[in-house]
Design a protein around this ligand. Structure first.
Ligand SMILES: NC(=O)c1ccc[n+]([C@@H]2O[C@H](COP(=O)([O-])OP(=O)(O)OC[C@H]3O[C@@H](n4cnc5c(N)ncnc54)[C@H](O)[C@@H]3O)[C@@H](O)[C@H]2O)c1
Ligand SMILES: N[C@H](CO)Cc1c[nH]c[nH+]1
Ligand SMILES: [Zn+2]
Length: 435
């Protein structure tokens, strides 16, 4: 990992350190995804079968996962794994229920009743990656808030294995969330199927979930198409930034950096600390720990563009973190909670030595689908609200209109929107006439 002395850098060099690798896909990827989307729109299921043969190297009799496959999946898993999934799901549900938006109803003036009411998005499409390693935890992170919001149609796509089956753990997690419409489709073709619909796959209003470059580009393209679908958030490679001081255990810090690095070669792992000794010790631990992980090649490549940044103080570390706006922020210092008020940009925050980022990935209760690539400056992680629409309602009595109508007339007149003004003044006049 690169070692950086923050205070020796000028402004441009600091910006370069905080810059992510170039965003957006190559022109070839964009064009390839455009062709894939057009093919699925034109040929429906036939295109899905052909593309699954080409990219996933398997011939599917049925795109949809059958009841028998769900049952076989449940039988195939160990009791221990099922219990862990059930346990994680219960905590994710607890947190997501508690943090779900509530309806609002109040009088803003006598006789002026304003409400916020909530409705689930009608048809939602979930994507669970499985090209490299299948991610059943992602099925929970998408499926639980969708179920709490109460979306009537929940569709889930995940790539098939070469034998035509699906990862059993993903199927078990999907079923636990009440999802029945699961399709063995991966990549851009899955996004196209859910955005535009095919003979088998229902068309969805909004799509959720992470994925590789083809998935990400396809989500971008369908969200820009008025006939396509909305998407959850701008996504990029996974990221972690650790703020630590001299008291932090270097083995813990190294393990946290490595955990994010093993996701993909483009993962971002950054340590910011005032302690030169900690940087030295973390570098040593990383050299040892990375040899022990099965995805050592992937992690090693990711760590090459990660960095160990030395700052003068913890206040400066916070400033670096706020400027970077990491997906995950770990604060491993003597008084982590005391720093929380100063943190303004981060997807999810992990306080203290006993809160590794991995627990947020699986089972603390928070969601692991989070804004990356600096999007945490303006975006939040997935929640029940992401699966809902918030509609506002107003109901005025005659007295209500008498009381606030003149305000509307004055503002409409100032904007020279006479029809707006008269929609109110006409009514005020009729009330006066009736009095
Ligand atoms: N930010 C997050 O919340 C988060 C969480 C989990 C995973 N991730 C990321 O999700 C990604 C998962 O990627 P993955 O590849 O393992 O699985 P994936 O399911 O996203 O992609 C696999 C699919 O890609 C398609 N594909 C393969 N080669 C292709 C080609 N040449 N042209 C067109 N399509 C092709 C295939 O159809 C295949 O089914 C990783 O980058 C991981 O870091 C992010
Ligand atoms: N850390 C990933 C989000 O950036 C989510 C994940 C799934 N499984 C393990 N980790
Ligand atoms: Zn992870």
């Amino acid at each position: 990992m690169k070692r950086i002395e923050w205070n020796r850098l000028d402004v441009d060099a600091r910006l370069a350190v905080l810059a992510r690798p170039a965003r957006g896909q190559s022109a070839e990827t964009r064009a390839a995804v455009e062709r894939l989307l057009a093919q699925v729109r034109a040929q429906g299921d036939a295109a899905l079968r052909e593309l699954t043969r080409r990219f996933d190297r398997c011939d599917l009799a049925s795109l949809r996962v059958s009841e028998a496959e769900f049952e076989a999946a449940e039988k195939a898993l160990s009791a221990e794994l099922k219990m862990a999934i059930n346990e994680a799901k219960a905590r994710i549900e607890l947190f997501h229920r508690a943090s779900a938006p509530q309806p609002v109803s109040l009088e803003t003036a006598p006789g002026v009743h304003c409400e916020r009411i909530l409705r689930p998005i009608g048809r939602v499409g979930l994507y669970v990656p499985a090209g490299g390693v299948p991610l059943p935890s992602t099925a929970l992170m998408l499926g639980v808030p969708a179920a709490i919001a109460g979306s009537p149609t929940v569709v889930l796509c995940t790539p098939p294995r070469v034998d035509g089956g699906c990862d059993e753990t993903v199927l078990y997690a999907a079923r636990l969330c009440g999802i029945r419409e699961v399709f063995k489709i991966g990549g851009a073709q899955a996004i196209a199927a859910m955005a535009y619909g095919t003979e088998s796959v229902p068309r969805c209003d909004k799509l959720f979930g992470p994925g590789n470059v083809w998935v990400t580009e396809a989500k971008l393209q369908v969200s820009a198409d008025p006939d396509g679908a909305a998407v959850d958030m701008p996504a990029g490679p996974s990221e972690v930034l650790v703020i630590a001081d001299a008291q932090a255990d270097p083995a813990f810090v190294a393990a946290d950096l490595l955990a994010q690095a093993e996701h993909g070669v483009d993962s971002q792992a950054i340590l910011v600390t005032p302690s030169e000794d900690l940087i030295e010790a973390v570098a040593g631990c990383l050299a040892v720990q990375r040899l022990r992980v099965s995805r050592a090649d992937v992690a090693g490549e990711a760590l090459e563009h990660g960095c160990l940044i030395r700052v003068d103080s913890l206040d400066e570390a916070i400033a670096v973190s706020n400027a970077y706006a990491p997906e995950h922020l770990i604060i491993n210092t003597a008084e982590p909670r005391a720093m929380l008020d100063a943190i303004v940009n981060a997807g999810s925050i992990f306080l203290g030595p006993w809160s590794p980022e991995s627990v947020g990935d699986y089972c603390s209760g928070t969601n692991h689908v989070l804004p990356t690539y600096g999007a945490a400056r303006a975006w939040s992680g997935l929640s029940v609200a992401s699966f809902q629409k918030q509609m506002t309602v107003q109901e005025l009595s005659a007295d209500g209109l008498r009381s606030i109508g003149p305000c509307a007339v004055t503002l409409a007149t100032a904007e020279r929107l006479d029809a707006h003004a008269s929609a109110v003044s006409l009514r005020l006049q009729s009330l006066e006439d009736a009095a």
